[in-house]
Write a protein that binds this ligand. Structure first.
Ligand code: COA
Length: 613
């Protein structure tokens, strides 16, 4: 049964990277892709004074007034004519002139490859797809990838070319990413893992035609039947370790030629399919949450955490009970391209076209061998322990908010995303009686090689609203006016961010420029306010999809939350995460507070006569 879903997923994703854009000749594809990319504007460097002003505004709701005064003085000094700020700004502008994107390499290094925490929980998002009724459906893929738009502007499509045939490689100090998709002969195999055993499955025939769904099924069945033993070493769990430890273990692992070849086959493969062992049963109520943790970390060494290669950019996960989803390694891409791929897969699975299978016997998929020395065995044991600690520490709640979706805020002429973010500010304020630094990802894909910037959802206006909302001395009309202002401010920040004018990446750029150019860091980067501003107690992201799915990720600070949501027309899928080791946080509590806040906002708007808005 399990293979039925796996084979359709495999077939739906079985796109040679070069055929992601209409399958004409490679040169035309490349030409069209390049023309599109080169037509995109370059990421701007925002004006220094603008960033300093917006930075002070962003600090206002989250730092003490004395701290704010101090930072204000530091900023004045920093941006004065002929000062350090001006020098760094010029350096950044020079960098922008000389490179395709002044930020992208720095961002890849600092946000991902230099980050030494395990990719599991701390970086890689999981996606829960709708639970499947397994059935025997087949279809044809379109092999077209139209350029995407945001606010009417074409987006950079580069990330799509980074997610297939790519893999993160651990290092003892810093990681790297390899991508084989643009090789002269791009890989033609995927890897499949079942009961911790990895296999190479060729998904193209020698004449270049893709295997049919039936052929893939036969191959998956062979893999399944030849990996029934459950006592194998979970070699893949090594990839869940702290990056320095994994880097060291990796160098040791690939000293052996067989191991090196096996690892290379996984790294080169188009993607990985994880055929998971059954997980503990969950009530209908808890099903989504259980599926969320299965996608994020696999449930621990007893369950499916060893049934992964966490460095692999894209891993589809299929359980025996209809649970399915994926996990992706974040360095090469953000959620939206991954989710577009999912929308394609899900659409594909709905199609009923039958593909006739030619009766050519296929070779048994090759099993990847690993020679496990006592040292490797010790590394596996350490990684298992570390993984189990992470599993116990992660607190997840996946919910469907079923009272309304984008429809309600739209009916009020409000941005749905801003509405949800303001509700989240209210939920947090109600629990903690304070506003906290909040990160929402904003796409920079309007620019060539653009990744993300930060929308700072805690604003002066959102703070004014959340303080007023439960104040009995305030009238509803005033609350509604403050809510409308907070929502407008959020939407304005969003517009500023997607146009490349937000503050976070600019400040990071100035700091990295200072590290390159100066003997000492300017004081604004050593300031308490700066540390507070970067301590994101709420790390959030909207990852919209046509498919009724939800992405989940872990918090970015020990006392924080990760909140991801997919607003559909009439409901909203949410995933909230926190750490159990922090006594002050609780995923279910925040999820409940968010539901209450959303409902209260609706009631407030409905109870206040329109004429007074
Ligand atoms: N009145 C009526 N409708 C409105 C409205 C208003 N005042 N404001 C917005 N809408 C509509 C929009 O037209 C849109 O309509 P659609 O559903 O037909 O597309 C819809 O409401 C949603 O708009 P909004 O809620 O404002 O959000 P958005 O789609 O502009 O998205 C971001 C905002 C920040 C999520 C988006 O800009 C972005 O950057 N996305 C990428 C985030 C990312 O990379 N995440 C992954 C990290 S791993």
């Amino acid at each position: 049964m399990l293979g039925i879903l796996a084979r359709t997923m495999v077939k739906a994703c079985m796109v040679k990277p070069s055929s992601l854009v209409k399958p004409v000749s490679v040169t035309r594809v490349t030409g069209r892709y390049l023309a599109h990319q080169e037509g995109l504007p370059k990421l701007p460097v925002p004006p220094l004074q603008q960033t300093c002003e917006h930075y002070l505004a962003a600090l206002t709701p989250i730092v003490d007034p004395e701290e704010l005064d101090h930072t204000c003085q530091l900023l004045e000094e920093f941006q004065k004519s002929g000062g350090v700020g001006e020098r760094l700004q010029k350096g950044l502008e020079q960098r922008a002139k000389k490179s395709e994107n002044w930020l992208s390499d720095w961002w890849l290094q600092t946000a991902y490859l230099d980050y030494r925490m395990p990719v599991v929980v701390h970086s890689s998002p999981g996606v829960v797809l709708p639970r499947m009724e397994f059935s025997d459906r087949q279809g044809q893929m379109s092999e077209t990838l139209p350029v995407e738009y945001l606010g009417g502007k074409p987006l950079c499509m580069n990330q799509y070319y980074q997610v297939l045939s790519s893999c993160r490689i651990p290092g003892t100090k810093r990681d790297s990413v390899v991508n084989y998709a643009r090789d002269k002969r791009p890989p033609t195999h995927i890897t499949v893992v079942h009961n911790f055993q990895f296999f190479v499955l060729d998904v193209y025939n020698s004449d270049g035609t893709p295997l049919t769904v039936d052929q893939i099924y036969i191959q998956l069945e062979k893999i399944w039947n030849s990996s029934l033993q459950t006592n194998k070493e979970p070699i893949g769990i090594l990839t869940s370790h702290h990056r320095n430890s994994w880097g060291k273990a990796y160098n040791n692992l690939i000293k052996d030629k067989t191991n090196k070849e096996s690892v290379r086959a996984i790294q080169k493969s188009i993607f990985t399919v994880c055929l998971d062992a059954p997980m503990p049963r969950a009530s209908d109520d808890m099903y989504r949450t259980r599926a969320g943790v299965q996608m994020l970390h696999g449930g621990g060494s007893r369950w499916n955490s060893g049934n992964r290669w966490f460095d692999k950019t894209l891993q589809f996960i299929i359980g025996e009970d209809g649970t399915c989803g994926l996990i992706y390694e974040h360095a090469p891409a953000e959620g939206p391209p991954i989710v577009s791929l999912i929308d394609h897969v899900v659409e594909y699975m709905k199609s009923t076209d039958m593909v006739r299978t030619p009766m050519v016997p296929l070779r048994m998929p090759q099993k990847l061998r690993f020679n496990i020395t006592p040292e490797i065995k010790k590394d596996i044991e350490e990684a298992k322990q570390n993984m189990n600690i992470m599993v116990h520490d992660l607190d997840v709640k996946v919910n469907v908010f079923s009272h309304f979706g984008k429809d309600f805020p739209k009916s009020q002429k409000m941005s749905p995303d801003a509405f949800i973010q303001v509700a989240l500010q209210l939920a947090y304020y109600r629990i903690y009686k304070r506003c906290c630094p909040t990160y929402e990802s904003a796409s920079l894909r309007m620019f060539r090689l653009g990744r993300t910037d930060t929308i700072r959802s805690a604003s002066i206006d959102s703070a004014n609203f959340v303080k007023a909302m439960d104040d009995p001395a305030k009238h509803n009309t005033e609350k509604v006016a403050l809510l409308a202002k907070a929502i407008k401010a959020h939407r304005a920040y969003t517009d500023m961010a997607i146009r490349g004018q937000a503050i976070d990446r600019h400040l990071l750029g100035l700091k990295l420029q200072a590290i390159e150019d100066l003997a000492a860091l300017p004081e604004i980067f050593m300031d308490t306010s700066y540390a507070v501003a970067l301590h994101f107690n709420l790390s959030t992201s909207q990852v919209p999809a046509k498919t009724d799915c939800v992405m989940c990720f872990g918090p970015v600070v020990p006392d924080g939350y990760g909140v991801c949501y997919n607003p559909m027309d009439t409901h909203i899928n949410f995933a909230v995460s926190a750490f159990n080791s922090c006594q002050d946080t609780n995923a279910a509590r925040l999820a409940q507070a968010l539901e209450d806040a959303l409902l209260d906002l609706k009631t407030l708007l409905e109870q206040t006569p329109k004429a007074k808005l």
